[in-house]
Design a protein around this ligand. Structure first.
Ligand SMILES: Cc1ncc(C[n+]2csc(CCOP(=O)(O)OP(=O)(O)O)c2C)c(N)n1
Length: 661
């Protein structure tokens, strides 16, 4: 025997608790007492016990959708786990997460990711924070054999390797994805070769033998800490149940299932304990009985309060964290700066103010960033700048994972068009971790997204993609219109505890104006009235505000008046300052909304609905709302066509005239 009696019995207890918990979940689903779906890990318990027995309580794990056993083994309350399965407010995630998202901050577990493979990047983010904080702990990225086909897994393995992160890749090869056999889906015979190719040491181990698993993890953890490098373990195992509650397993034979049943990690370990005279059969029966009755007792406690749900009106609190407050401060102490400089100033000032602030992105070091925004920051804050490989999906999720330990990343995405590649981080993880964890985790990450056309970069480098984010609860969307606002709003975004999509129009970088000093900071919930007027309200955001301001100059000249147009610059799309819009509309009775993003599905639709839904604003309208937006074709390369793709000064001027006539 490799393990002492004490450790052996502890391993057995962990495995039995996991098995009894899963058995009761399975029967509750069969009796239709629980709703939704669940992924059981019956048969894979040795992987959980062998891992957790080696972990320090401050080591982190990021499980997958098949997360119960790890959550339980890491020390979470079984009563709270049952409660979470019921969706009750007593659950680990207050009933907001469910079977796949059992978060437990105190046990260093953010909960599983239901996006296969993404748990790996989140765990790499945690490992990144551990390393940055000079911690001696490790993170464990749990994944399945199905996940090994995801690109984000390789991106993360590569980053973990080049950054030497304290990360254990823990791959449970249970033979199948959902129904697909690993041999049909994964090329080559040896999964570990993939780690080897990325210069990560690896071993493959019998995942049904808890002692062998223990030994492998023991070695791996020591290696990660002493050699300061990641490690990869493949565990060969089998899930005895179907993929989820509704799987009849028609893709595998009963003979195969029976053969693996003979290798049940609990039964084989019990036999070994008896054969080696470590424990008697009576002793084992007693342990098994006490685990079973413990699980039942926890279930009964949860069952008593299973109908205690959060109220719908309480839920909002879990979407955005509102605890960090700062007062807006507009200074009279200003200096001239271009947009790229003002953003750089915000980055530097916030990084100096808070050592948790870090910058992540491609070529943001010596090169200075694609648009020379980071410039020579690499000299001023060398320990807070991290140049990444071209791996958007991974490093954006790394920023999310890092935020669980308090790191506040500002992620530079070279072109906002690559938002498509960070949508997993932003839409599936950053926006939801606070919610799915019942408020235990926040995600203070700013994604800087250079958007917009006018620079001749063609259709894949010129889009305005804000509509991708505004429809996702949990993301703030900020769109500055000028260098001064870019600085003050970026500072506020960095200090905010929520994920922010920060839309920087590329044409802002070359605008120059007076910019505030390090104390200036703007609220993330207030629009600005840039010009007071009486005849029409013009609403815009981002660079389009500048187009509108030029059109207003033309109107003022042609009418010889300066109070025709009331110009509202939104500053933030989410949250939206509805009040400023509605009050202005009630005064002017006419509205034009302008943006560069395509009109169809554009934010102007939301603003229009906001006005129409307010009885007083709607009834005060004297003309239909007029919307100007991008055309329904991709941004063309040809300069004149590029100009024609989005609203121009002349378009806005002509439409103001039309509306006020
Ligand atoms: C990105 C993504 N694609 C597809 C799915 C649907 N899905 C859920 S589990 C699963 C199989 C995962 O297999 P594996 O990684 O081996 O984990 P296991 O279920 O065997 O534990 C799939 C395809 C998903 N959740 N996420």
């Amino acid at each position: 025997m490799l393990l002492s009696k004490k450790k052996s019995l502890k391993a057995l207890e962990i495995m039995l608790n996991s098995r009894y918990f899963e058995n009761s979940i399975s029967s509750l689903f069969q009796k239709k007492i629980m709703h939704g779906t669940t992924h059981l890990n019956i048969g894979q318990e040795a992987c959980q016990a062998g891992l957790v027995l080696n972990l320090d309580e401050n080591d982190w794990i990021v499980p997958t959708h098949r997360c119960h056993g790890y959550t339980l083994a890491k020390g979470s309350s079984i009563y709270k786990m049952f409660s979470e399965m019921f969706g009750s407010s007593h659950g680990l995630s207050k009933g907001l997460g469910g079977s796949m998202h059992m978060s437990d901050y105190n046990n260093h577990n953010p909960g599983g990711s239901a996006i296969v493979g993404s748990s790996v990047a989140l765990a790499a983010g945690i490992a990144f924070s551990l390393k940055k904080n000079k911690s001696s702990n490790i993170a464990v990225a749990i994944l399945g054999d199905g996940a090994i086909s995801r690109g984000v897994v390789y991106e993360s393995m590569n980053i973990a390797s080049i950054w030497a992160l304290p990360l254990l890749f823990y791959l449970e090869n249970n033979g199948y994805g959902m129904s697909s056999n690993v041999s049909d889906m994964v090329s080559g015979n040896n999964i570990c070769d993939r780690a080897k190719a990325l210069n990560i040491k690896s071993i493959s181990v019998d995942g049904n033998d808890v002692e062998k698993v223990y030994k492998a993890v023991h070695y791996a953890r020591k290696y990660i800490i002493e050699e300061k490098k990641p490690f990869f373990i493949e565990l060969k195992t089998y899930r005895l149940n179907g993929h989820s509650k509704s799987d009849s397993c028609k893709y595998r034979s009963r003979a195969e299932e029976l053969a693996w049943l003979q290798r049940c990690p609990i039964k084989t370990f019990e036999k070994k304990l008896v054969d080696n005279k470590i424990a008697s059969e009576e002793e084992l029966k007693y342990i098994s009985k006490s685990c079973e009755s413990y699980i039942l007792k926890e279930f009964d406690k949860a069952d008593d309060v299973k109908d205690d749900y959060l109220d719908v009106c309480e839920i909002e609190e879990y979407v955005f964290d509102k605890s960090y407050c700062f007062d807006e401060f507009i200074t009279s102490n200003t200096h001239r700066a271009f947009g790229r400089e003002s953003i750089r100033q915000a980055l530097l000032e916030e990084a100096i103010r808070d050592e948790n602030v870090v910058l992540l992105g491609e070529d943001i070091g010596l090169y200075g960033g694609c648009f020379n925004v980071s410039g020579d920051l690499y000299k001023q804050i060398p320990n807070q700048i991290f140049e990444t490989p071209v791996s958007e999906e991974s490093f954006s999720n790394i920023a999310v994972g890092a935020s669980f330990l308090g790191t506040r990343s500002i992620v530079e995405i070279m072109y906002g068009d690559f938002s498509t590649l960070i949508s997993d981080a932003l839409i599936n993880h950053a926006s939801k971790i606070r919610f799915m964890s019942g408020g235990q985790f926040n995600c203070p990450v700013v994604f800087r997204l250079p958007m917009g056309c006018g620079t001749g970069h063609g259709a894949q480098h010129s889009q305005s993609l804000e509509s991708m984010f505004i429809n996702v609860p949990g993301i703030k969307v900020v769109a500055p219109s000028s260098p001064r606002k870019a600085k003050a709003l970026l500072k506020a975004s960095i200090r905010d505890n929520n994920p922010v999509a920060f839309l920087e129009h590329k044409l802002l970088y070359n605008l120059e104006e007076e910019v505030g000093d390090e104390n200036e900071i703007m609220s993330l919930s207030k629009a600005s009235i840039l010009k007071k007027g009486n005849d029409v309200t013009l609403i815009s955001y981002g660079y389009s505000t500048n187009v509108c301001l030029k059109a207003i100059e033309l109107i003022n000249e042609s009418k010889n008046r300066s109070d025709v147009v009331e110009m509202i610059d939104l500053n933030t799309l989410i949250p939206l300052d509805k009040n400023t819009i509605l009050e202005s509309v009630k005064k002017t009775h006419k509205v034009i909304i302008v943006h560069e993003a395509p009109l169809v599905g554009g934010f102007s639709g939301e603003i229009s609905a906001t006005i129409c839904e307010d009885e007083r604003a709607f009834s005060s309208l004297e003309k239909p709302i007029l919307r100007l937006g991008g055309k329904s074709f991709p941004i063309p390369f040809s300069p004149s066509l590029e100009r024609a793709a989005v609203p121009t000064v002349i378009d806005v001027f002509a439409n103001i005239n039309k509306v006020i006539e």
